[in-house]
Design a protein. Structure first.
Length: 243
């Protein structure tokens, strides 16, 4: 049985990805930071369907916590052959108002967090000369969003990191791809008012917000053998938004 590590799998896109991978027969390492109860619910739902899952608390911004988690996953589930680097945070406001602390935390989680998780799974993937890494960026990392300049910058960094890693790791048999979601109906967008939601929806050609499951299906595809000849790609899951 293959093991997948999904960072930020207690809620939203990561949780939907956990269910999708479990259904596809993977043992799922459910990483979380602050919502342990939600992570346990994800695990229990997978177990109740006959799947295999364990929860692992770690702040992916912290390399030593991520290293400890990865070692523990190896002991309890087997070393991950797939990494979904999904954990992320957002921030909304004028660029001129953002202080250093908020800027640094965004980059620590969204960029260093991806690098930390990659760094921890890589040695084993390189040894085995196989592996799949899927990062989660954002349409804002491709086109930029007003009042989300720092967030957009972190996601552009994830896209650049993904494309470069894909080239570096291809000779080691490791595929590295990115999903780039548009506007997805998760708690990350809970701050939107009803009017704002309607206004955003009018900008989406397919006429609705994406679901976490829409994104999870794209992640599972990129991790599957159906995507063996795809690497360095940025797959938009956006209903046509931002194009
Ligand atoms: P969400 O509902 O807010 O969930 C975020 C997840 O990340 C939670 O499971 C959270 O765990 C985890 N997390 C946050 N910081 C972490 C850390 N330092 N270490 C470990 N886990 C951490 O967000 P989402 O909408 O599912 O977003 C998932 C990814 O998609 C993010 O990278 C986000 O930027 C990206 N994205 C989302 C949208 C959207 O419209 N929703 C659009 C484009 C891209 P705890 O709750 O346990 O702390």
């Amino acid at each position: 049985m293959q093991t997948v590590l999904i960072t930020g799998a207690s809620r939203g896109i990561g949780r939907a990805a956990a269910f999708a991978f479990a259904k596809a027969g993977y043992a799922v390492a459910v990483n979380y930071l602050s919502h342990g109860d939600a992570a346990e619910q994800v695990k229990n739902a997978i177990l109740s369907e006959g799947g295999v899952a364990e929860t692992f608390r770690a702040d992916v911004a912290d390399l030593s916590q991520t290293e400890r988690m990865t070692a523990e996953i190896g002991r309890r589930l087997g070393r991950p052959s797939v990494l979904v680097a999904n954990a992320g945070i957002s921030a909304f406001g004028l660029a001129a108002d953002m202080g250093d602390d908020e800027w640094n935390r965004l980059f620590a989680v969204n960029v260093r967090g991806v690098r930390n998780a990659v760094r921890c799974v890589l040695p084993d993937m390189i040894d085995k000369k196989s592996g799949k890494i899927v990062t989660v960026a954002s349409v804002w990392g491709e086109v930029g969003a007003s009042c989300e300049a720092a967030y957009s910058a972190t996601k552009a960094a994830v896209i650049g990191y993904t494309r470069a890693l894909a080239k570096e790791l291809a000779p080691s048999g490791i595929n590295v791809n990115c999903v780039s979601p548009g506007v997805i109906d998760t708690e990350m967008n809970a701050r939107l008012t009803r009017e704002e939601r309607r206004a955003v929806m009018e900008e989406i050609p397919l006429g609705r917000f994406g679901t976490a499951e829409d994104v999870a299906r794209a992640i599972l595809f990129l991790a599957s053998s159906a995507a063996d000849y795809i690497t360095g790609e940025v797959l938009g899951v956006n209903g046509g938004f931002g194009r």
